[in-house]
Design a protein around this ligand. Structure first.
Ligand code: UGY
Ligand code: MN
Length: 244
């Protein structure tokens, strides 16, 4: 589909393929979910497309208490706007929470809150980790493979009890991944700022803030940042587990 066509003339930048997808704002489908009154969900990635996790944008038009996750399902929340109150803590923009499966704490969203919600069937290894909360501003950043124009902030402990990583990657304009990665782990990604070119398999896609990407297992992937501002993306990866 030529991307220059207007959405009302059948145009979109969204691309959904067997093992990867780019989901862009003009193709968002807002739905409601039982148990989440006054909330709109845009589920960008789901097991129906071949992923082993779901990633949704959630917008609370009214204050509400979110229902617990299904049994055995872990959650990661990243607040984009507004406030999330949980276990006596109040989380503002760019705060995050990992909630292990069967966590019983109440999650209260105030009116106008927007968040990214990841859910997946947790794969335990030893003891199930406890909940983790934090803010991105307080999360240490490290250059990726010595490139100080590409900083990775790991929001969760690297401890093998976690079956996942949630990172924010920041690229100076002109910085890029050093090579085309191919790995069995999947990714769910949301662009927070900036943009550039994402290579997904044989597709070279212009991307910008608000865009989401699914990278299935073994999809060749590379990103180069363009423009004058730093680019940042939030990225999930299943991790610390055998491929078998
Ligand atoms: O952690 C990662 O695999 C990351 N470097 N991948 C990516 O940014 N596409
Ligand atoms: Mn990767």
């Amino acid at each position: 589909m030529p991307p220059r066509l207007r959405p009302d003339f059948g145009g979109t930048r969204s691309v959904v393929k067997a093992r990867h997808a780019l989901l862009t704002p003009e193709s968002h489908e807002k739905i409601t979910q039982p148990g989440w009154p006054g909330c709109e969900f845009v589920t960008l990635i789901s097991p129906d497309m071949g992923a082993k996790f779901a990633m949704s944008l959630v917008e609370a038009h009214d204050g509400l208490t979110a229902p617990p996750a299904m049994a055995g399902v872990a959650r990661f929340l990243f607040c984009l706007d507004g406030e999330i109150a949980m276990g006596g803590e109040t989380m503002g923009p760019e705060s995050f929470a990992f909630l292990p499966p069967d966590d019983t704490r109440e999650i209260a969203l105030s009116r106008g809150t927007r968040l990214v919600l990841f859910e997946w069937r947790f794969v335990p290894r030893g003891d199930i980790p406890g909940a983790v909360t934090g803010t991105l501003a307080d999360t240490a950043g490290k250059p990726l493979r010595g490139d100080d124009r590409l900083i990775v902030q790991k929001m969760l402990p690297t401890d093998a009890a976690f079956d996942c990583e949630f990172n924010v990657m920041s690229f100076e304009p002109g910085a890029s991944l050093a090579y085309v990665e191919v790995h069995f782990m999947e990714h769910g990604l949301l662009f927070l700022d900036g943009g550039g070119i994402y290579r997904l398999d044989e597709d070279w896609l212009p991307v910008t803030d608000g865009d989401a990407i699914w990278m299935g297992p073994h999809v060749p992937q590379w990103f180069g940042a363009l423009g004058r501002e730093a680019s940042r993306y939030l990225i999930y990866k299943n991790y610390n587990r055998s491929p078998l």
